[in-house]
Design a protein around this ligand. Structure first.
Ligand SMILES: Nc1ncnc2c1ncn2[C@@H]1O[C@H](COP(=O)(O)OP(=O)(O)O)[C@@H](O)[C@H]1O
Ligand SMILES: CC(=O)N[C@@H](CCC(=O)OP(=O)(O)O)C(=O)O
Length: 260
């Protein structure tokens, strides 16, 4: 039987709040067994772009990434954010190793083709682009890989890739080698029936319920691409997919996705 592996994803809402990030990293250090952490940081990147006089542009939750934007998000995700998270894990006694997709050829992507929207330097992923051999070696050496949202195309071009998609694709690529649990962690306790009522956490969610709640507007905005990625992982052999509060990853309140 394969070993268990937990993949955690955190986004900009948590990363932007140093006290919350610290709580998450402490809780993560208490989770037993091999782990991978994937992080975004979209909120802070948008703040930094604005501070530098560039208006952030997002379409369906995906950032339009021109050359100047790519430079800044690379510095922000693969530099400041990744290294602060790694340093935070070291403080908790966890030997973390920060990586972009170019490092060790970890994540090779394809520049998104131009259709009605030109996303610029945005990378699309397939499971074949994930260097599972490297991840298995790092995990075998007792390291905790910390992966940021920057990938590469193998021809020297860095690309910006949505971090929810990276987490889902890593989980799918590693599913033949481990019993993978994928944890999407954010600032709420799970998927809510009413986004304004923190107590309305759905303990389980099926694809059918998701479609109904999407049609009624109860599930919207950033939760849509997150759940699309999450259900794709579940359908592709990832054993468990949960949506939960980054501050309470060792607690029981969360949304567990069910195949039917
Ligand atoms: N039904 C829902 N339950 C929980 N969150 C929801 C729901 N519908 C919309 N959302 C929104 O989705 C957001 C999460 O997506 P996003 O901001 O992209 O997260 P992250 O940056 O952590 O990846 C929540 O902060 C919330 O505002
Ligand atoms: C192409 C694309 O959209 N890339 C994302 C990568 C960061 C991310 O996904 O951050 P969160 O997890 O905090 O949303 C972006 O630049 O916003």
């Amino acid at each position: 039987m394969n070993d268990a592996l937990k993949i955690f994803k955190i986004g900009g809402g948590i990363i932007d709040e140093p006290a919350q990030l610290r709580v998450f990293l402490r809780e993560l250090s208490r989770v037993p067994g091999p782990k991978v952490l994937v992080h975004g940081g979209g909120k802070g990147a948008s703040d930094m772009l604005r501070a530098l006089g560039i208006a952030p542009q997002l379409v369906d939750g995906r950032r339009i990434t021109d050359a100047a934007t790519l430079d800044i998000v690379t510095m922000f995700y693969a530099g400041k954010t990744n290294k602060q998270i790694v340093a935070g894990l070291q403080r908790e006694g966890v030997n973390a190793l920060g990586l972009s997709g170019a490092d060790g050829n970890l994540i090779r992507a394809q520049k998104r083709p131009v259709t009605e929207v030109d996303y610029g330097f945005v990378g699309d992923l397939t499971e074949a682009g994930i260097n599972t051999g490297l991840l298995r070696q790092l995990l075998g050496a007792g390291l905790l890989p910390v992966c940021c949202a920057i990938t590469h195309d193998g021809q020297g071009q860095l690309l910006n890739t949505n971090a929810d998609t990276i987490a889902s694709t890593l989980a799918r690529a590693l599913a033949p080698h481990y019993r993978v649990a994928l944890h999407y962690c954010f600032e709420k306790d799970g998927v809510l029936l009413d986004v304004n009522d923190p107590a309305s956490v759905l303990p389980r969610l099926t694809p059918g319920q998701y479609q109904e709640l999407k049609a009624s507007g109860a599930i919207a905005a950033g939760m849509l691409p997150k759940l699309d990625n999450a259900f794709a992982a579940l359908a592709a052999g990832v054993e468990q997919v949960v949506i939960e509060n980054a501050l309470n990853i060792n607690e029981t309140t969360k949304t567990v996705l069910c195949p039917s």
